[in-house]
Design a protein around this ligand. Sequence first.
Ligand code: ADQ
Length: 455
Amino acid sequence: MARLVIVSNRVAPPSERQQKAGGLAVALKEALKGDVLWFGWSGQIAKETSTTPTITEGKRLTVATIDLGEQDYKHFYVGFSNSTLWPLFHFRLGLLDFLREDYQGYLKTNEDFAAALAPLLRPDDVIWIHDYHLIPLAAALRRHNQMQRMGFYLHIPFAPTAIMDALPCAEEIVSSLCDYDVVGFQTEADKRNFMACAVQYAGAELTSDHTLSAGKRSVRAVAIPVGIDADAFAKAAEASSGSKEAKRMQESLVGRKLIVGVDRLDYSKGLTNRFEAYSRLFDRFPQHRLKVSYLQVAARSREDVIRYQNLKRDLDRLCGKVNGKFAEFDWVPLRYMTRSLPRSLLAGFYRSAHVGLVTPLRDGMNLVAKEYIAAQNEEDPGVLILSKFAGAAESMDQAIIINPYDPDQIAEAIHQALTMPLGERQARNKALQTIVREQSAGAWCRNSLMELRAC
Ligand code: ADQ
């Protein structure tokens, strides 16, 4: 079978690939079983971007990485990728910063990726490129005479035309997506948004519900939701519930019910609304005072981007406000940690939590929702509260679905979850377990690669 070449902005170092939380490495586990070259940024910053990759050959997996130059880190990574495209694709025009020099840096870095990768490619490779950092990479590789099959997968939402209109280089960005043979999205809604943008900005013509003709090329758009390995996660959760950390957690709760939230510290995750909602829970349903503890693990992320610095400041303040208002000398209502925790530990916390809070304002999929469900004990399961704006909500409709812009509704949902009868919890959990197992990481990999190899 043809070799698979995976390209992503970051290549996870081996330690992360084996055990650290989530990310692409976990989702790609199935794909990494074959003959694979994985190419991307090492995570290191150098004076200049190098176009000579460092290559580590393993038995089946070869990893090739390059360092990013300081200027490229600034314009490509901090700038256009995370200050322009990320807010745009999360429908947050008020947070969008666009600078022409950032866009130029983005194009240049994609050219550098192509220049470093092209010499490593074989004519019959199948190339699978991931996420918003690398939209122009197919076009850049084609300029290096690479004519292989190329697929792209967008892990985050795709913006509708009314939002895309704000991007000064919308025509180029959308046209670049039409240089792929297959373009994959998390949801049908994202796929539809892309197709509408392709017609408006790239002059493409719809030739069917999932194909476009753009210039001389035909592009296939597919919706394939990302998932997790639910059985492996369930095992980790069960194993972790006997650990000494789980015991420490139980002791610290002294019989109180646990509510858990786990996110990167990112404005798309709706954390400020969530803290506000938690505060309203005690105003509106005072019977829960002293009876619950909410643990929010918010791993710091993209700390060089100004909007993330502002968010951290807001959350630090809000956490102080909630605890200042409701704490008792022997009760801290909100436990807030701004670092990541090992996957196994999180799995155990999910299992012991009565409520999983997943309230993004917009999210491509949200794997935490799936992990929370996979970790539950079917006899006495917890309840998932899920934003209608997470891609996961398209199929996980047996969660309590909320509008994250309405903190009162979130507070009511927490109350509903805390008081839900066992029978209803079991029925909802059963339906959600089925979905999480059907829409698995393995299925995502297999279906995506089938599309790519068939084109
Ligand atoms: P993310 O925005 O990172 O991913 P998400 O899917 O929720 O969002 O999380 C990815 C992984 O990171 C999960 O496995 C989770 O357990 C882990 N994680 C999150 N916070 C953590 C913390 N504080 N400590 C330790 N681990 C933590 C992007 C898109 C999503 C999409 C994924 C995959 O934004 O919408 O689901 O890619 O396609």
